[in-house]
Design a protein around this ligand. Structure first.
Ligand code: CAA
Length: 271
């Protein structure tokens, strides 16, 4: 169980430079407590390469300590068309054939780091999804805490149709949100989920007309920042562990977090 008094934010690494980010098809804008990560290859519908996933991991490692909300968005008509399919051409050179299982495991784990930091408790992550969110793009939206979708959003878990499995951390949040039977149906048909169905299934918390997406995200960010940062982090820790915990474990976790909050709020009274 997490100790409410420990600041879990790792020491920030050096931020990737603009050129490195551009090479990875990414842009990063930090404005006080809000970091905006933009998938920035609109001419390729923000298709992602290994460099993109490594770039996302580097952003996660280097996030300034005062950032409390991270917005993930895509430039142009789509959030992301998933993996850059040109990487499969030429017989998939650059891809592991899986023969060295340990090396391939390490390789995929490194790419997954581009996604896992989005669950860190001290930040709230918001995906702003317009147009297509396919494969690795859908998984990136799923890696965020909250999804705000435009009414033209189209989600699709395409990997099984390409002979692969979703391996960029998406299977867990997908099942957490829609349950195993619906996740199976979505993945094994690789069908597209439109915005209104996404809202019904809980894949999008908010759906707005396309032109209102930026405003809806900005309003959400303002509301998120209005809540005490320590309480937000403690609550995020509690909520994400709730599905795995027994009632008894969760009650104990609530007590631990509340003790941390009470100390933070009123601790000076006893010192
Ligand atoms: N990889 C590379 N290039 C892509 C791309 C991708 N995933 N998706 C789109 N592009 C390129 C197109 O080739 C096109 O290039 P040109 O202008 O040079 O022709 C350009 O982006 C614009 O694309 P479209 O003209 O097709 O744009 P659209 O708006 O009509 O359609 C789309 C958008 C529905 C996303 C369509 O492009 C599409 O189906 N793309 C492929 C999606 C896909 O199958 N992705 C793989 C998902 S699986 C995955 O992601 C696995 C994993 O993580 C491990």
């Amino acid at each position: 169980m997490a100790d409410a008094n420990i600041d879990q934010r790792p020491e920030a690494a050096t931020a990737p430079g603009e050129a490195e980010l551009a090479e990875a098809g990414l842009r990063l804008d930090v404005d006080g407590a809000v970091a905006t990560v933009t998938l920035d290859r609109p001419e390729r519908r923000n298709a992602m390469t290994f460099a993109t996933w490594r770039g996302l991991a580097a952003i996660g490692r280097s996030l300034p300590a005062d950032v409390r909300v991270v917005v993930l968005r895509g430039a142009g008509p789509s959030f992301s068309a998933g993996i850059d399919l040109s990487m499969f051409s030429g017989g998939g050179e650059g891809f592991s054939d899986g023969a060295d299982a340990e090396a391939t495991d390490r390789f995929i784990a490194e790419l997954q780091e581009g996604y896992t930091w989005l669950r860190r408790p001290e930040i709230v992550t918001v995906a702003a999804v317009q147009g297509h969110a396919i494969g690795g793009g859908f998984q990136l939206a799923l890696a965020c805490d909250i999804r705000v979708a435009a009414d033209d959003a189209k989600f699709c878990m395409k990997e099984p149709a390409l002979g692969l499995v979703p391996d960029l951390t998406g299977t867990k949040p997908l099942v957490e949100i829609v349950g195993v039977p619906r996740a199976l149906e979505l993945c094994l048909t690789a069908r597209t989920v439109l915005a209104d169905e996404a809202a019904r299934l809980g894949l999008a918390e908010i759906v707005v007309p396309r032109d209102d997406l930026d405003k809806a995200v900005s309003d959400l960010v303002t509301a998120l920042l209005a809540v005490d940062g320590g309480a937000a982090a403690a609550t995020k820790r509690l909520l994400w562990q709730a599905p795995q915990n027994t009632l008894e474990e969760q009650c104990a976790a609530e007590r631990t977090e509340q003790i941390g909050r009470l100390r933070a709020l009123f601790g000076s009274r006893t010192s």
